[in-house]
Design a protein around this ligand. Structure first.
Ligand code: EZ4
Ligand code: CO
Length: 410
């Protein structure tokens, strides 16, 4: 009997592991009768236990006894078969199952996951890191440090003078981590000051670092469409790789207005969870990069469909890769990045040492790129004994208000 026979592929166990090695992560561990284990990330920042409960109560009972090799049918069962579709909780839970099954099937084949998708299209995946500072000079120093460490692409964020806490800026001097407190931290926002500052920041960065480094910026949904159009136009001289989340995209047509005024490339989608969230944006070529990544959008099975659709319209991938996406998601994303023909860039915020110790992995950073490993599956495992030493800590993302108290987009 081989490990790959239908009987041996039967799922006999599925467990949800919650751990907080510096920040919370939810991981789904699926095991087959033959003892092959697959892992999927199920982390939804600030809403971790909602996904854990969704998995535990509504998904796991359906997994036991299923053939782990039926990845597509399992995806269709949980998506198409269900009455309640989409939404970040559901799609994150489906993603965890999907990635764990791809991990299992690749291990059964004895191949790295990228090989199951169609093999390599490139060696490493170009990644961008995060430079942030309390003022323009400090941000520029951070960009320099990234270039010295080998980064070829850097996202730059700068505190807005007069605002106490700004998206993307660390308050503690440590790496930026937005979900800091049990209840949401109240932060302030002022668009006029921000719109003046950002072009100044990038003017300085081009003077200090030249034109070879790719520069990116994240407006984090704070602008109205016409304000976003102004920022995109004002940034044109500095040739950004992209301007991200310039305005909220629930109304996808808002981006028509930005496009009418600017040729700055646009990236959108880290909060999307299905192809339907970006169908108009992609079909109308209103964006250049789609940020939707594996863990929050139904796993490899759905994101592959999304990437193929995007390719028809010359939209490239630029997957979300903040620290709230666990190494399990990063591992899977890097295999995807190695294959996907319309690859653009991959975000990468380094995880803490504790996180890297809980999730041993074989991807490596070299010369501005991340390289997935050659071990079978996605190459990321979990040290459960160590994970158990870091129990869940309630933490939510901040909120933002204008000076007069109006609740704003975060
Ligand atoms: O705020 O991942 O581009 N990266 C980002 C991140 C997000 C967090 C939210 O969970 O916008 O920093
Ligand atoms: Co972002």
């Amino acid at each position: 009997m081989t490990e790959g026979s239908p009987r041996d592929r039967e799922i006999v166990n599925a467990r949800v592991i919650v751990t907080c090695p510096g920040r919370n992560f939810v991981t789904l561990r699926i095991e087959t009768r033959a003892g092959i284990v697959g892992l999927g990330d199920a982390t939804l920042n600030g809403r971790e236990l909602a996904v854990a409960a969704y998995l535990q109560e509504h998904i796991v009972p359906n997994l036991i006894g299923r053939d782990a090799g039926r990845i597509e049918d399992t995806w269709q069962f949980f998506y198409r078969g269900a009455y309640w579709r989409r939404g970040p909780v559901t799609m994150t839970a489906i993603a965890a199952v999907d990635v764990a099954l791809w991990d299992i099937v690749a291990k059964l084949a004895g191949m790295p996951l990228y090989q199951m998708l169609g093999g390599r299209s490139r060696e490493g995946a170009l990644v961008y890191g995060h430079a942030n500072g309390r003022d323009i000079a400090e941000t520029s120093d951070e960009v320099r440090r990234h270039i010295e460490r080998g980064f070829r692409a850097v996202r730059a964020q700068c505190a807005v003078p007069g605002l106490e806490k700004t998206y993307g800026i660390s308050s503690s001097g440590k790496a930026y981590e937005p979900a800091e407190s049990a209840l949401p931290l109240e932060t302030q926002w002022s668009t006029p000051q921000y719109l003046r500052l950002v072009p100044e920041l990038f003017e300085r960065l081009r003077v200090d670092h030249g034109n070879d480094v790719e520069l990116l910026h994240d407006a984090h949904h704070r602008l109205t469409p016409i304000e976003a159009a102004r920022l995109a136009r004002d940034l044109e001289p500095y040739r950004l790789f992209w301007l991200e989340d310039a305005t909220p995209a629930e109304n996808q047509r808002a981006f028509e207005l930005i496009r009418r005024h600017s040729v700055t490339p646009l990236a959108v989608g880290e909060v999307f969870n299905s192809i339907w969230d970006c169908k108009h944006l992609i079909e109308q070529q209103l964006i250049d990069f789609i940020r939707t990544t594996i863990v929050h959008a139904g796993g490899i099975t759905h994101v592959r469909r999304l990437a193929d659709f995007a390719a028809l319209h010359q939209v490239r991938t630029g997957f979300h890769g903040a620290t709230d996406l666990s190494p399990v998601c990063m591992g899977a994303a890097l295999h995807f990045d190695a294959w996907v023909p319309n690859f653009g860039i991959q975000e990468w915020m380094l995880h803490s040492q504790e996180t890297d110790a809980v999730f041993p992995h074989d991807y490596v950073f070299r010369d501005g790129r991340l390289f997935c490993g050659e071990s079978p599956g996605h190459g990321v495992t979990i040290d459960e004994k160590l994970a158990a030493k870091f129990p869940y800590v309630p933490k939510q993302l901040p909120v933002a208000r204008l000076a007069d108290g109006t609740m704003w987009d975060w």
